[in-house]
Ligand binder design. Structure first.
Ligand code: AMP
Length: 335
């Protein structure tokens, strides 16, 4: 019987600790998806994407296993979802090469992610071509397993749009080959940085990590930037230009959001009062995740390696036939 389940795929780069942006942007969805009987989920660690910005073998290996622990700590069921390392499926890189030849340089240069990353590099640093072709590897990650649905954060949406264009382009020339994937987002959440920037990001040192203790969360939030024009406690603030308020809108309940909004505007409360409420809510989110992780960590890495091994086999079995079909169609089969 044909498998009627929708295929879901998403990945996270192996670049250090995961943060609230990763969790609220995508990972909290992963747990529910993995339990949904109508879906077959593939969650991978994008360790090949990692090497666009970091080639430190020890840290990549370490972060890979830590991210598997994070997947399980946030509630992904490893018995139901396939958890694997991107590097376990060499056919994905082969597909990427083929998709490269269907993509224009202009399309890649337009990607906001590339512009942002290039902008952040120091003048002396070299822009490696992996940073430019990053979205094509992502397209191969998605098209290889015939994914129907891709749960990714808002920052990755342009990459999924490019993936859809590439799939249509290929299908138009060679006949129906790829499924056209859809973005799966229950609600679009972009968690801002503690430094006042629009996005919390691993490389920006502006994060609350999933592993941060209540003390660290307090320290980080108390130090974080608010409405810079509010200098004194008695000055009315403007919540619309305060990242702490934006975080409230994501992590606090309706009454709290109204309370901090109105009392910030009227100077009824100060930034410290507002931050105290947020700190409590962040810790309530983090506590169950940290508890689960603590239990898992006691088991050591052996079971993580087993999950990666099994997951790698299942993912490869799913992806390799599609890549062979593509190679056949374009006249470069394996002989
Ligand atoms: P990355 O850490 O860049 O590999 O991102 C992993 C996933 O987390 C991607 O789907 C991102 O879109 C999502 N993500 C990363 N940072 C944020 C953020 N600050 N807010 C919302 N989603 C995010």
């Amino acid at each position: 019987m044909l498998d009627q389940k929708k295929t879901v795929i998403s990945g996270i780069r192996a670049t250090g600790k995961l943060h609230l942006g990763n969790y609220l942007g995508v990972m909290r969805n992963f747990a529910n998806l993995s339990l949904d009987e109508t879906k077959r989920c593939y969650f991978f660690v994008a360790n090949l994407h990692t090497i666009t910005t970091n080639i430190d073998p020890q840290s990549i290996r370490h972060d890979l296993r830590e991210i598997v622990l994070d997947y399980i700590s946030v509630g992904v069921d490893p018995e139901r979802a396939v958890i694997f390392a991107q590097s376990s499926v060499p056919e994905t890189s082969e597909l990427m090469w083929i998709l490269n030849c269907f993509t224009t340089v202009a399309e890649l240069e337009r990607m906001p992610h590339f512009k942002e990353k290039r902008g952040k590099l120091e003048e002396k640093e070299i822009v490696n071509s992996g940073l430019l072709t990053y979205p094509i590897l992502m397209a191969a990650d998605i098209l290889g397993p015939n994914a129907d649905l891709v749960p990714v954060g808002e920052d990755q949406h342009p990459h999924v749009e490019l993936t859809r264009s590439l799939a249509k382009r290929f299908n138009n020339i060679f006949g129906k080959t790829f499924v056209i994937p859809d973005i799966l987002s229950s609600e679009v959440v972009r968690v801002p940085g503690l430094d006042g920037t629009a996005k919390m990001g691993k490389s920006d040192k502006n994060t609350i990590d999933l592993s941060d203790s209540p003390d660290i969360v307090s320290q980080k939030v108390f130090k974080s930037v608010t409405d810079i024009r509010r200098k004194r406690r008695s000055d009315p603030g403007d919540p619309t230009c305060c990242n702490i308020y934006t975080m409230h809108t994501i992590m606090s309940n309706g009454d709290e959001i109204r309370y901090v909004h109105d009392n910030c505007r009227s100077a009824g409360i100060g930034c410290i009062d507002c931050k105290e409420i947020l700190i409590q809510n962040i810790n309530n989110i983090l506590f169950p995740i940290q508890q689960k992780r603590f239990e898992l960590t006691r088991q050591g890495y052996e079971f993580v390696d087993e999950i990666l091994h099994e997951g790698g086999i299942v993912a490869r079995n799913k992806i390799a036939p599609k890549v062979e079909e593509v190679k056949e169609k374009i006249g470069v089969p394996s002989y």
